[in-house]
Write a protein that binds this ligand. Sequence first.
Ligand SMILES: [Zn+2]
Length: 402
Amino acid sequence: MSDKNESYMQTALKLAQRGIGSVEPNPAVGAVLVKANQVIGKGWHREFGGPHAEINALENCKTLGVNPRGATMYVSLEPCCHQAKTGPCTEAIIAAGLVKVVVATIDPSEHANGKGIEQLRNAGVEVVVGVCETQARLLNAPFFKFTATGKTWVILKWAQSIDSKVAYTDKSRERRWISGEQSRKDVHKLRRRAGAILVGINTVIADDPLLTARPVRSPHRKSTGALQGLTSNGARPSKGKKATRIVLDSHLRIPLDCKLLATTKEAPVLILTSQQTLRAHSQIVEKVNQKGAEVLAYPDAPARSNLYFLTSELAKRGIAQLLVEGGPTVIASFLKQRLADEIVVYITPKILGAQGGVGINPPMAELTEAVDLYNVDIKRFGDDVRLTGLSKKALDEISICP
Ligand SMILES: [Zn+2]
């Protein structure tokens, strides 16, 4: 039975994954309905504000013309019992007459934290908790960290050639990016996860980036066989959550005509500078403010570091995930200050040699401690290879032993 439990939960976890990049800051959740050893419904939380996985699985079952009464639900997170936008899932489960719910892990949020499970048990539904728990926690690691510690999950992302260069010296024509198109598409998925995206001022001066996330692909996705009946209201394109774009700019060198400052109405822009600069350059601050961007100054002598100050500030603002897309110096600073939770590196099959500009290795050489990555995943995007992994600190924060 436990093998079967795990196999159905694996399906639920795979479904959950589909929501990543669209549901944040909610957790990604998947659900599978099983009756007489048959899967009779599948669902996942598709986008922020949309129906939860449990509701979508019940809807799917209904569309397929099957009565869920007496069925078992496998769900990757404790069902909610609070009045969310689609009503409490526990009530829907009880009303549908399910006899058993297998839950991968408890939802540590204040409004849940076992209450959903208790409600189901009180209604006579059998509940099993802890099937594929580690995997379920890793799937929503940023959510678990933020809920448990109130701290922002920090993702460091860069693309590099085999000889560890992050850009061409001459960025004209096709040489703007070193990674391939498929990798760059994947970066947009990363951006959609994040509540904030950060670069250093040198990146703004050199590349003039926009740092917005391209929306999710067409709402009319390919039909997925038995899943054709999924609720249509869950399939709207992303409402395009507006990640705050952050620039580390200690000396306020930001060009007033850059794309970031021209698009503050589309998504917020926050410039982090020092108190000293703030006092010395009040006119620039005023101009930047007029363009709709916020200037935030870290204390002259921050208790820990300016980056620590920033991540604490983001956490206070409810930002659960920060994506750092900075150049090598910025990336190395986050690593040195032990603020990195997740690392995403795209390695492109090129050796740039003398045509390569800045390299990732020189600033990394200043790291006093080696960084080991855990839960490593390697995936191909065209000819590029993406390597992802979590830091030991990240695992500690979500209470997972490597
Ligand atoms: Zn729910």
